[in-house]
Design a protein around this ligand. Structure first.
Ligand code: G3P
Ligand code: CA
Length: 241
């Protein structure tokens, strides 16, 4: 089973922050790191999961209605005196470039199925190209149309289609969205391992995010593998490596 850090080490540190990514880089045998991107009002790419800043910061309102300088004033709750700030994709790439050149993968999820961010595909692919890390990137989105654009921009890219059920992922993949991999919820494994033979299946989980306390329970990675899952995105990957 290949193990990814979902939004960085997001059980132990605030999700999608420089600290969560720095700490993930230190986990040996980690396959890769996953993050989410959105666009600001002045069209900068920022790394944040929700369409609004309300849940993770001391501010409020949609990401798309704030400029980057406004977003940089939002404090991410850390539980200590040192706040974190919403990072740009460029800042995260600067941090991950060297580890990626040594083999670490990065899954960039385009968060554009709720808010449409026209041009985000071009901007994100431009930012990545020329750094020598293109082959270490997995692009994903719940939007088939967005992935089709990424495929046109980067014909050789690794692309995963997100959906809740793996059957819906496969349907969209076969429909020509340009994806070559399936990114379902681990709860949506409604196809047999035979039907998934030959596909990369990267499953995502809910789970506890910082600063929630875990309620226990250990994932049966072997059992998940037997269902056809090849990779897992975990908030607490360090527990399994
Ligand atoms: O990429 C898998 C996963 O990140 C999708 O769900 O809500 O955590 O972005 P979410
Ligand atoms: Ca995500």
């Amino acid at each position: 089973m290949k193990i990814w850090a979902h939004r960085g080490l997001s059980q132990r540190y605030p999700e999608n922050t420089i600290t969560a990514f720095e700490q993930a880089v230190r986990v040996s045998l980690l396959t890769g790191i996953e993050l989410d991107i959105q666009l600001t009002k002045d069209r900068e790419i920022v790394v944040i999961h929700d369409e609004k800043v309300d849940r993770t910061t001391d501010s409020f309102g949609p990401v798309r209605e704030h400029t980057l300088s406004e977003l940089k004033k939002c404090h991410i709750h850390t539980g200590n005196e040192k706040p974190e700030y919403i990072p740009t994709l460029k800042e995260v790439l600067d941090l991950l470039e060297e580890p990626m050149k040594k083999g670490l993968l990065l899954n960039i999820e385009l968060k554009n199925s709720v808010t449409d961010y026209p041009g985000m595909e071009e901007m994100a692919t431009d930012l990545v190209c020329g750094r020598g890390i293109e082959k270490n990137i997995v692009w994903s989105s719940f939007s088939a149309r967005s992935l089709q654009k990424v495929r046109t921009l980067l014909p050789d890219a690794e692309i995963g289609i997100l959906d809740r059920r793996v059957s819906d992922c496969l349907y969209k993949l076969k429909g020509g969205c340009g994806a070559n991999a399936l990114h379902p919820s681990f709860k949506g494994m409604d196809l047999s391992p035979n039907e998934l033979e030959g596909y990369t299946v990267r499953a995502y989980f809910g789970g506890h995010l910082y600063p929630e306390k875990p309620t226990g329970g250990v994932l049966d990675l072997k059992g998940l593998e037997e269902k056809g899952i090849t990779d897992v995105f975990l908030n607490e990957p360090e527990r399994y490596l």
